[in-house]
Design a protein. Sequence first.
Length: 522
Amino acid sequence: MLSSKYFLKSILIIITITLYTPLFGFKKAYYLYAQGIIDLQEKRYKSAIEKFERVIRYDPDAYYVYPQLIYLYALEKQNDKINLFIKEIEKIEIDTTTLTNIANTLWSVGYAEDAGKIFEKVLTITPDNSQLLLTLAQIYFSIDEEKSINYYKRYLELNPNDTNAYFQLALIEYKKGNTERAKEYLQNLENNEIISSIISQENLTETTTDYNSLISHYEKYIKEIPNDHKAVANLFFLLLAQQDVEKAEKYIKKMLSIPKKEFLPEYNFLIALFYELKKDFKNAIKYMGKYIRTAEISEVLPYMKMTYYYYSIKNYKKAINLLEWVNKKFNNVEVKSILLYAYIEKKNYKQALDILFELKTSSPSFERIDFYIGMCYEQIGDIENSIKYLKEAIKQNPKDHEALNYLGYLYAEKGINLDEAEELIKKALEFEPTNYAYIDSLAWVYYKKGDYYKSEELFEKIKEYKDPIIYEHIGDVKKELNKLEEALFFYENSLKLNKKNKNIKKKISELKYKWKSLHRQK
């Protein structure tokens, strides 16, 4: 049996991951990873941890899974495992994107100092990364004021007009008691007298985090100056960053009523994010579309957001059309990977092959391409090419158990090379001995060999899995063993799960006729 489950759900997951996580490519444990993400979304945290840990066992270089595991360990209060990860990260070389995601996760679960060290490591590679300088300044805001000041100053050298940074510097100086220096920074802000009066009345040493502090001060400032639209937008952004939808709701009308002359294209992006958090994807599409039309966009993120929204409302045609356009515009590996899965989910295997061969040419390090090429060729009926590329995938990685199973099952379906098929699937089962799809494949090989009792024995292990293919296969075995009543039971259960299967309807009809004939003879 070919284990190609969860495609539609996986597309949404992959798009979401792509927005916040580096492309993991077609790693050996992709399906395991995707199932772990589903567990995570459905709050089966222990199951997700188990799957993600297995991903690392199968692929020690699967650093993309670290952020998810750190997050889950924090939820399950397994701090010792987080500390082991931190020590491991210090020893190994990881790409800057993955390091950034790991650091962001550590920061979000309360490991600010460790996150800062990782961010500083990334900064040595990209010293002029202004966003990273800002992040470090925010991290050290509460734990190392001198470092925070240093990073804010370096950030302002690259972004001298960012009033938020001056505001943050003023906050730090007030906390340190340097009132005059704080006022110097406030000279860079409009309405600084009012902001100063607000700050001076606060006991800043009691603030919990920089975000909470900023939100509090912005709220008070906006009460005094309700028409400072830039301040409203900044507050709205902070609330979205904290995913405080309820509080952001109070300011959405203010955002929407900003005069046209003062309304920046970026505000549409923020409004779209607000509706995304509310799961109101139609409005998210509306405002992200406005942002795309009015802003000068040189990055792929807004388009990926829009694709995610289209998939969320099940408008797959528009999602794929957009992905195709974005692929031509950016020629981006991440976009190609999502488009590939979209094609596979919609059974557009010829188009999927076009993408795969593009990746094979442009991104040779993109793993498991040959496996997916083999899979797509099998789906369009080109068995010769399917076998060729599946063999190449196994040659490149003899431990690719999915490729082993796929080729073995393909042989079984065609009734060829059955001894080789048996060996291939047995090897796959060495890696995943309880994988019901692989057990089904081996049982099917025995069926094709005519060893029905051995096949029946294996199917007994997986008959509880509600899968139409497994039920049909069991029905075929029972029929050959002349257990007609049992065969009919499994055929009918298969039909319940897949009512469009004309072949199973035919089998049921033939079996009922045979059953009646036997009873008439008696």
